[in-house]
Design a protein around this ligand. Structure first.
Ligand SMILES: C[C@@H](N)C(=O)N[C@H](C)C(=O)O
Ligand SMILES: [Zn+2]
Length: 233
């Protein structure tokens, strides 16, 4: 497959994204299946993030498209879903967790600079804003080797709040494995219709306002979605 190079980022402004119209499609949230080349590992539940659920769920078309993207990969690779739909309570817990990481890594930055950096890596939690993962249209994913189950080298850890996480970071080192692996993930996801968040090599969207923004669509098709843990026990 011809791999796309990863473009220089277009910055996003959450204030602009919240003004995009949503024509809700009412597609259901479903569990991400475990197939040979598509698996889930609910990373926030496994790492005891408050309120995280023990399953990755996403909109029906998102799941279909993930499977299509996985089928485009070389046979020895698969897509591992780490998180998909996420409640506002989990979003808030992540704001705190990643905010604390930023304070530790960058103690010399002012509070405003730390907040600005946090907004690159975690969407806001506000009553008037629908965060991307709350729509069931966002997925946090990586690639794994189907023979060894190992994650591929992406050149920065998942949720690492540093510049190395920016999707295009390794574009000036085309022979670096992380450049090749990011291009592969980016290419298959792009081919089936997802957009990528330029600050995070792992975050992709379909159907929500972030996707409408990066794909220059007139409107999004996914607003807030709800998964009732009690109904699904
Ligand atoms: C927290 C991280 N995994 C993520 O999903 N970030 C984006 C920006 C989000 O919070 O929607
Ligand atoms: Zn994400």
């Amino acid at each position: 497959m011809l791999l796309s190079s990863i473009p220089t980022p277009i910055e996003h402004d959450w204030r602009h994204i919240e003004n995009i119209s949503i024509f809700e499609s009412n597609e259901s949230l479903l569990a991400v299946p475990n197939t040979q080349n598509l698996k889930q590992l609910p990373i926030y539940f496994d790492s005891n993030v408050n309120h995280a659920i023990n399953i990755c769920v996403a909109r029906q078309s998102v799941i279909q498209k993930l499977q299509q993207a996985a089928d485009l990969l070389p046979k020895h690779l698969g897509i591992l879903v780490l998180d998909a739909w996420r409640s506002s309570a989990v979003q808030k817990a992540l704001q705190e967790k990643i905010g604390d990481n930023i304070k530790t890594i960058y103690p010399h930055l002012s509070v405003d600079e730390q907040q600005q950096l946090l907004s690159d890596f975690v969407a806001p939690v506000r009553a008037d804003f629908i965060s991307p993962h709350l729509t069931g249209g966002s997925v946090d994913i990586t690639l794994f080797n189907r023979e060894t189950n190992e994650w591929l080298d992406m050149g920065a850890g998942f949720d690492e709040p540093t510049e190395r996480s920016h999707t295009h970071f390794y574009e000036d080192q085309p022979t670096h494995p992380a450049c090749q692996n990011r291009r592969l993930l980016y290419s298959v996801m792009n081919l089936v219709g997802f957009s990528n968040l330029p600050t995070e090599w792992w975050h992709f969207d379909y159907g929500n306002s972030l996707w409408a923004y990066y794909n220059q669509k007139s409107h999004a098709i996914y607003g807030a979605a709800h998964w009732d843990v009690v109904d699904h026990q």
